[in-house]
Design a protein around this ligand. Structure first.
Ligand code: NAD
Length: 499
């Protein structure tokens, strides 16, 4: 008889975990050169999970040297794509084989429900590695349409050393979206996980070694942003930074690049995504459920969270009642309980930040319609109720700024022109969504929305086949799909005169 995966099962497995806490550089596990560590905590209890190596500039130097050496030796970059494919498929299979352990690590380190890490984060990470593995030996170069006495080839070449700096909201998955295409393209890679959530990145390094990725080709340097992250950004021998995180840090990486070697910088930054429900919405029930999941899933710590909701006047009150019912059902619970719909906010600092917006919203004149209270305080963890504000003005901080927590700002609107104008009135341009049964309106409004992603009659759907990224201050370049490979390869032109 199979074991039941209930709260007590996960608690028992959690108690038995001994997570890896050292850096992985040049194929070896190592402490930081100066012996420094940082605490990674369990946001559901406040307890320290592990003391993790806090890499600094000296460790980053070692990682870059190992990555460069592996690249120049061609132990990975020189393999036939089908050989890289075989190794990356093994890695995908190992992620799948260890999916329960990885899901547990992610849940403990970051506070999201175990049901989500099992159903989404870890399987998606495995699929990402498998997808780029499968793709890479099917990509051809080009021959340019030149005159008859010339052969001009256009080939794709790996960049060299790619550094991926990622956030804490989907630690393994955000890492995988960068590491998988960068490795598939033949680069050496250094991954710097966020200091709040380093544990799955370190486990990934163990699995990568087991899969047969040669020493130096994949390195993990846990550490603080202002130390390890900055050292990677400023390093003269890093060819590319693939970053996901806040817009403020993204701006810093562009500065680091300008101050050093003009390394390529690809940015997946913040968002304040508008989610619009027109009066002719084909299914108010589904739209209300999608609006609730769109902001409260992952505790609202999602870059594409539909954090600005616009509802047309004719359906406003009936829609809000349905939304409240779905939101009210998403109360935070123990992240290790498979029935929890929401978990804990990642740390005390982030909870304080989110609470300051809850207070600010009330001060600035928004009407608190649901939630707004910390709960489960006795656990020592950082839990907040799903929170809904009705907003009389677009100038409120809760409408304009990314909160990155379970706080929804709702505005009533009258016309299509008005709502498109309000939706686009933001420094961000990542996700967006609209619900309408009118085909012309769907096309018209989705063209007018300035965003990298538009969902029509759904929200946050998608898979690895489509590009993911934003416009304006939400970033540049795209993760996922074959387009992600553009970030990790250069085009080389070879012009051959034929005598
Ligand atoms: P963050 O910018 O604070 O940190 C992201 C990464 O950058 C971490 O690894 C951190 O250590 C590092 N970092 C921080 N300060 C640094 C510095 N001065 N120099 C170099 N590196 C530094 O972001 P976060 O709080 O971890 O994540 C939340 C943000 O991520 C939100 O703004 C969210 O919208 C964004 N995000 C965007 C996407 C996307 O695809 N567009 C996806 C997920 C999250």
């Amino acid at each position: 008889m199979s074991e039941t995966r209930d709260l007590s099962y996960w608690q028992a497995r959690a108690a038995a975990l001994r997570p890896q806490s050292r850096a992985y550089i040049g194929g070896a596990w190592t402490d930081a050169a100066d012996g420094a560590t940082f605490d990674t905590i369990n946001p559901a209890t406040g307890a320290v999970l592990a003391k993790v190596a806090a890499c600094g500039a000296a460790d980053v130097d070692r990682a870059v040297a190992a990555a460069r050496q592996a690249f120049e030796q061609g132990v990975w970059s020189g393999l036939a794509p089908r050989e890289r494919k075989a190794v990356l498929l093994r890695l995908a299979a190992l992620i799948e084989a260890h999916h329960e352990e990885l899901a547990l690590l992610e849940t403990l380190d970051m506070g999201k429900p175990i049901g989500d890490t099992l159903a989404y984060d870890i399987p998606e990470a495995a699929r990402t590695f498998a997808w780029y593995a499968e793709a890479i030996d099917k990509i051809y170069g080009e021959i340019a349409p030149t005159g008859g006495n010339v052969l001009a080839t256009i080939t794709r070449e790996p960049l060299g050393v790619v550094a991926a700096v990622v956030p804490w909201n989907y630690p393994l998955l955000m890492g995988s979206w960068k590491v998988a295409p960068a490795l598939a393209a033949g680069n050496s890679v250094i991954l710097k996980p966020a200091e709040q959530s380093p544990l799955t990145a370190l486990r990934l390094a163990e699995l990568a070694a087991e899969a047969g990725i040669p020493p130096g080709v994949f390195n993990v340097v846990p550490g603080l942003g202002a130390q390890a992250g900055q050292a990677l950004g400023l390093h003269p021998d890093v060819d590319c930074i693939a970053f996901t995180g806040s817009t403020a840090t993204g701006k810093r990486f562009m500065e680091y690049s300008g101050q050093s070697n003009l390394k390529r910088v690809w940015l997946e930054c913040g968002g304040k995504s508008p989610h619009i429900v027109f009066h002719d919405c084909p299914d108010l029930e589904r739209a209300a459920q999608a609006a609730a999941i769109g902001i409260f899933n992952n505790q609202g710590e999602i870059c594409i969270a539909g954090s600005r909701l616009y509802v047309q006047r004719a359906i406003y009150e009936p829609f809000m009642e349905k939304l409240e019912a779905y939101a009210g059902a998403m109360q935070p619970g123990d992240p290790l309980d498979p029935s929890s719909a929401m978990g804990a906010i990642v740390d005390a600092r982030q909870l304080d930040r989110v609470m300051s917006y809850v207070d600010g919203g009330q001060r600035e004149g928004a009407r608190l319609r649901l939630g707004g209270e910390r709960v489960r305080k006795d656990t020592g963890g950082y839990f907040l109720q799903p929170t809904i504000f009705e907003c009389p003005s677009q100038s409120l901080s809760i409408v304009r700024e990314e909160i990155f927590g379970p706080v929804l700002a709702v505005t009533m609107f009258d016309t299509e022109d008005e709502v498109v104008r309000m939706a686009n009135d933001s420094p961000y341009g990542l996700g967006s969504g609209l619900w309408t049964a009118n085909l012309s309106r769907a096309h018209r409004a989705s063209r007018r929305l300035r965003a990298g992603l538009v969902w029509v009659n759904c929200y946050m759907d998608g898979d690895i086949t489509v590009p993911f990224g934003g416009v304006k201050q939400s970033g540049s370049g795209r993760d996922k799909s074959l387009h992600a490979l553009d970030k990790y390869s250069d085009l080389k032109t070879t012009w051959i005169r034929l005598e």
